[in-house]
Design a protein around this ligand. Structure first.
Ligand code: ADP
Length: 219
C-alpha cells in the first residue's frame, strides 16, 4: 500500500456535502480518503472516489486503524448528527490531527466545534443562503463576500454603460473597481482603462457590499 503524503485529505461523512467536497478535492489533484459509517454510502461512493472506507469516526481506535494520525488535514463533513460531528472532532483532536476542518449547521454547533478543538469551522448553509440572497435580489451572477465589508461580484454590464470604456467609469464614478471583463465565448480578461463595454459584456467588480449592490442594480 502507498504511504500517506502531505497533500492527502480525509473527508468524514459522505452525505450531500461530503460527497461534493470529496469529489472537488479529487479534481484538484488530492488523494482523498473518504470515510462513512454507513455501508450503503460506502458502496455508493466506492466507484466514484479513489479510497472509500467504512468506519465510525467517533471511535479513536478506528481513526488510528485507518491511519488518520498521518493526515495533516481532515474534514468532518457530516451535518445532521451534532453528536457524531462533535465526537469525531474530539477523537481527531485526541489522535493529534493538526488541521481539523469541521462543518457546522447552526451558530451553536459552530461554537461547540471550535471549543472542542476544530481549527476551521465552515457553515455552508449560512454562507450559501447569504450569497444566493444577493443573486436573487440583484442582477449579480455571482457574489463573494470577504468580511470587513468587502465583496466581489460578477455582473452583466448595466445598460446605461454600454459603449463606454472603463476610463469613463473609474472608482470615482460608481465606487466599484472593475477588475475583469468578458465577452460571450471569450475568457475573462483583466480590465484596463481602454476595455470597451459592449452589450453582452460581463464584468467582475469589487468594492464595499453597498457599492457592489448599487452597481449591479444600475439601469
Ligand atoms: P448532508 O447534510 O451533507 O447530507 P448528513 O449529516 O446527512 O450530511 O450525512 C452524514 C453522513 O455522515 C452520512 O452518510 C452518515 O452515514 C455519515 N456519518 C454519520 N455519523 C458518522 C460517524 N460517526 N462516522 C462516520 N460517518 C458518519
Amino acid at each position: 500500500a502507498r504511504g500517506t503524503s502531505d497533500g492527502d485529505i480525509a473527508v468524514i461523512g459522505l452525505g450531500r456535502f461530503g460527497c461534493h467536497l470529496a469529489g472537488a478535492l479529487t479534481r484538484l489533484g488530492h488523494e482523498v480518503l473518504a470515510v462513512d459509517r454507513n455501508p450503503e454510502q460506502v458502496q455508493r461512493w466506492a466507484p466514484h472516489l479513489e479510497r472509500v472506507v467504512q468506519a465510525d469516526a467517533t471511535e479513536e481506535h478506528a481513526l488510528r486503524q485507518l491511519g488518520l494520525t498521518d493526515f495533516r488535514r481532515v474534514v468532518v463533513a457530516m451535518g445532521v448528527s451534532l453528536e457524531a460531528s462533535v465526537l469525531t472532532v474530539v477523537a481527531l483532536t485526541e489522535v493529534g490531527v493538526p488541521q481539523i476542518w469541521a462543518r457546522a449547521t447552526s451558530d451553536k454547533h459552530a461554537r461547540i466545534l471550535a471549543s472542542v478543538g476544530a481549527h476551521h469551522v465552515i457553515f455552508p448553509e449560512a454562507e450559501t443562503g447569504e450569497r444566493v440572497a444577493h443573486l436573487i435580489v440583484s442582477r449579480m451572477l455571482d457574489f463573494i463576500e470577504f468580511g470587513d465589508d468587502f465583496a466581489i461580484a460578477k455582473v452583466p454590464v448595466p445598460p446605461s454603460l454600454v459603449g463606454r470604456s472603463l476610463r469613463d467609469l473609474g472608482p470615482e464614478r460608481y465606487g466599484v473597481l472593475v477588475v475583469g471583463a468578458k465577452l460571450p465565448g471569450e475568457r475573462f480578461r483583466y480590465a484596463t482603462a481602454d476595455t470597451r463595454i459592449s452589450k453582452d459584456t460581463v464584468l467582475i467588480v469589487e468594492g464595499t457590499i453597498a457599492q457592489v449592490q448599487q452597481f449591479a442594480n444600475l439601469g
